[in-house]
Design a protein around this ligand. Structure first.
Ligand code: ADP
Length: 503
């Protein structure tokens, strides 16, 4: 099983390890320094005592000499006195021996002194006590040897003291350096530990941020790889669960949406035939006016009008449902703009005349063909013109124009009617949206015409927009792409044609 400690545990372990390292280094360093100091003080005392002891040895030897050769005129040298003096010397040697420790140099010097004193005692003191005076050369040589080795011991003790001071200094410096290096090492280890900790969090956090961005961008299949400390791994798991739930919801929404579209599509489709039949019969009845009395004729006219409205609404709903289901098909082909504009203008003119509105159509000279389904573009233009006709008051002015803008042809329908407010413009292409104003409510409508216009224009790869100043009128524009081999249409010689005379 892979161990994955939590962030808190990692931090706790990190701090503990760091603390232990620092404590160890500090304790070792301080202990070592303390030891160096103690050793130094011990050595200094020891060597100082050794120096004193070498002075005592010198005194003991002088006493031995005095015992072996008493002042002139006194009694003969006494063996007992010499023995006492020798024992005194031996005691001093023992003490000195204890003080030399494991210093080879000092031990050698001491052994040399003992050996020389021994030789002096054997060859000078003992003969003197026995009444035999040794040869003057021998006594002098052996006495000097003892004195010299005593001096050598004192000098060695002094040197040892100096060396010990020097050693202590060197040891202190080395230990301080070692402790500093240890502390630096511990800090470096801490740095590596913490950067490792941060790195272990950085990658999974980065993945989470990236995932959240993708999810916010609409990619609901986004999932993140789970990793890092427990807390971040838990966050990653929660993120994935959230993404799962979102995807599930979206799928469910899509399913319901599809069901709704299918329902609308089916219902609209099923309604179309009976409504067409009703409309046909109503029109047939109104055509036989002479065989109907006035009440019957009026009723037939109402039925014909209502069924025409119903038919339009069903057709609009059908278009929208098809568009949602991706089943709204257009057949784009190179289409000359002028005849299309003129055709729609001709169809719409009676409505403008009815309201005494001035209606003009302007098509720019040499306009190239557009890549479009003529009937569908005519439907869009008819929707826009119907609105202008419906919402602008009697005597208003309505213009339809087509101009080239870059690689596209722009169609515009404008009127000087009531127009729309800024907020209303934001919703004007929404389905079933209708302005709240009294004028709009007076005029019949479903709020579907502009939504269909938008779908159709976008299906052509174009775009539709509306601008307006409330109280001064509105302009609806849409652009369509120019056909690949879109040659300019040359039908009339006029530089700028205005179709549809002022009414
Ligand atoms: P309908 O005309 O059937 O209500 P539309 O989708 O064609 O539906 O229009 C939506 C709404 O936009 C209309 O109800 C109306 O409030 C507003 N509108 C559309 N064209 C114009 C216009 N030329 N002038 C003022 N308001 C308009």
């Amino acid at each position: 099983m892979r161990v994955n400690p939590s962030l808190t545990s990692r931090l706790r372990i990190g701090f503990l390890v760091l603390f232990a390292l620092l404590l160890l280094v500090s304790l070792l360093g301080v202990g070592r320094l303390f030891q160096v100091r103690v050793d130094y003080e011990d050595d200094i005392t020891r060597f100082f005592q050794l120096e004193l002891e070498s002075e005592r040895l010198r005194s003991a030897f002088i006493l031995e000499q005095a015992a072996a050769r008493p002042p002139i005129g006194q009694r003969l040298p006494s063996q007992a006195e010499l023995n006492r003096a020798s024992a005194n010397f031996a005691q001093a040697v023992d003490r000195a021996h204890d003080l030399t420790g494991d210093e080879a140099d000092l031990s050698t010097n001491l052994s040399q002194l003992v050996a020389n004193e021994n030789a002096w005692r054997q060859s000078v003191a003992q003969p003197l006590v026995g009444g035999n005076v040794p040869k003057p050369g021998v006594e002098q040589r052996l006495t000097r040897a003892v004195t010299n080795s005593g001096d050598a011991l004192a000098t060695a003790a002094r040197d040892a003291r100096d060396n010990s001071r020097e050693d202590a200094r060197t040891e202190t410096r080395n230990t301080t350096l070692l402790v500093a290096a240890g502390l630096a090492g511990a800090l470096l280890a801490a740095l590596i530990l913490f950067s490792g900790l941060i790195n272990s969090m950085r990658a999974p956090l980065g993945r989470l941020v990236e995932g959240a961005r993708r999810l916010a961008g609409g990619d609901l299949r986004t999932r993140v790889e789970i990793g890092g400390p427990v807390e971040i791994a838990t966050l990653g798991r929660a993120f994935n669960e959230m993404a799962n739930a979102l995807e599930r919801d979206a799928r469910e929404r899509d399913r319901v949406e599809r069901m709704k579209d299918d329902f609308v599509l089916t219902v609209s489709h099923e309604l179309r035939t009976p409504v067409t039949v009703v409309k046909g019969f109503a029109e047939m009845l109104t055509a036989q006016r002479q065989s109907l009395n006035s009440r019957q004729y009026e009723a037939a006219e109402v039925i014909a009008e209502s069924s025409a409205q119903l038919q339009k609404m069903i057709n609009d709903l059908l278009d929208l449902a098809r568009s949602d289901a991706g089943k709204l098909r257009i057949e784009p082909k190179p289409t000359p703009v002028r005849p299309l504009a003129q055709r729609v203008g001709r169809q719409m003119r009676p409505h403008f005349e009815e309201k005494n509105q001035r209606f003009t159509v302007t098509v720019e000279k040499d306009l190239p063909d557009v890549e479009a389904d003529a009937d569908r573009v005519a439907q869009v233009l008819a929707n826009l013109l119907t609105n202008a006709n419906k919402y602008a008051p009697d005597g208003a002015q309505v213009r339809m124009s087509a101009t080239r803008v870059g690689d596209e042809v722009e169609f515009a329908v404008s009127d000087n009617g009531p127009g729309l407010g800024e907020e209303e413009l934001d919703h004007v292409f929404d389905r079933f949206w209708r302005a709240q104003s009294g004028e709009t409510q007076e005029v019949g409508g479903t709020g579907l015409g502009l939504a269909i216009a938008k779908s159709l224009v976008e299906l052509h790869g174009g775009a539709i927009s509306a601008t307006s100043t409330q109280g001064e009128g509105a302009t609806f524009r849409f652009v369509l792409p120019i056909a690949k081999d879109g040659r300019p249409t040359r039908t009339e010689p006029a530089s700028r044609t205005t179709a549809g005379a002022a009414t």
